[in-house]
Design a protein around this ligand. Structure first.
Ligand code: MD3
Ligand code: FE
Length: 204
C-alpha cells in the first residue's frame, strides 16, 4: 500500500468546502487567461486530459517532446500567476526553501485517464511535488520507482477526493504513478463535473 511507500504523504480533506470553492474560483480566473487545451504526446497522440499551467514556467508536450516553457503553446502569452492559496499550502506542507515555479492544471472529464509514468522533466528531482485535487474522486495508482535493474515493483491504488492534498518527496519523488479513472458524479464542485488536479513543482 502507499503507506508503505516512503515519501508519499496524503492529507485527506485538507481543504474544506469553502477553501475548495475559493481555490476553484482563482483557478477558473487563471484558465480564462490560459485556456485548457489538449496536448499531444511526442508520438502525436492526443492526451485524454486537458491541461494548462500557472507560474513562471509550464509543462508542455508536443511533437518536439516534453519540456517546461514560459508561455502558453496556443496563445503565446505568459502563464498566469500561481494562486496564493497554493503557495501557502506549499510553504505549510513541504517546508521546501524555494517556492514552486510551475503549477500544472489537469482537467479530467468522462473517461480521461493518465497512464503510469514518472515525473522527470524538472531540473531538481530532489524538490517535492505537491498535488491538490478538486471535483470528482479519482483512482490514483502509485508504485515504487524501478530498481537498478529496471524492474518495477507492485502498484496500489488510493482514491483522491476533492480537497485532498498529497506530497511526493524523497524516494516517492520518482515513483511511477497515474490516474486509472474517475468516479463520475462523486462531487458537485465542478459545474460540468470531472476533476481538476493542480501539481506544484520546482521545475526551472
Ligand atoms: C507521484 N498528475 O501531473 S497527481 C502529473 O492526478 C500527474 O493529475 C496526476 O501525475 C493527476 O504528472 C497525479 C499526484 C502526483 C503528482 C506528481 C507526482 C503524484 C506524483 C510526482 C511524483 C510521484
Ligand atoms: Fe505525474
Amino acid at each position: 500500500t502507499p503507506t508503505a511507500l516512503p515519501g508519499f504523504r496524503l492529507w485527506p480533506g485538507l481543504l474544506d468546502a469553502a477553501a475548495q470553492g475559493e481555490l476553484l474560483a482563482q483557478v477558473q480566473a487563471g484558465l480564462d487567461a490560459a485556456p485548457l487545451y489538449r496536448p499531444t504526446t511526442p508520438g502525436g497522440r492526443p492526451f485524454s486530459v486537458r491541461m494548462s499551467n500557472f507560474g513562471a514556467v509550464g509543462w508542455v508536450s508536443d511533437r518536439a517532446g516534453y519540456r517546461y516553457q514560459p508561455t502558453h503553446p496556443m496563445t503565446g502569452a505568459p502563464w498566469p500567476a500561481i494562486p496564493a492559496p497554493l503557495l501557502s499550502l506549499w510553504d505549510a506542507l513541504t517546508g521546501w526553501p524555494s517556492p514552486p515555479d510551475a503549477c500544472l492544471v489537469n482537467l479530467y472529464q468522462g473517461e480521461a485517464k493518465m497512464g503510469l509514468h514518472q515525473d522527470k522533466d524538472e531540473r531538481d528531482l530532489t524538490a517535492p511535488v505537491l498535488s491538490v485535487s478538486l471535483g470528482d474522486t479519482a483512482v490514483f495508482r502509485i508504485g515504487p520507482a524501478p530498481d537498478e535493474t529496471g524492474k518495477s515493483g507492485a502498484t496500489s491504488t488510493v482514491r483522491l477526493a476533492s480537497g485532498d492534498v498529497c506530497a511526493l518527496t524523497g524516494p516517492a519523488r520518482l515513483a511511477r504513478h497515474g490516474i486509472d479513472r474517475l468516479l463520475a458524479g462523486s462531487s458537485r464542485l465542478l459545474p460540468d463535473g470531472g476533476r481538476i488536479n493542480l501539481t506544484l513543482r520546482v521545475a526551472g
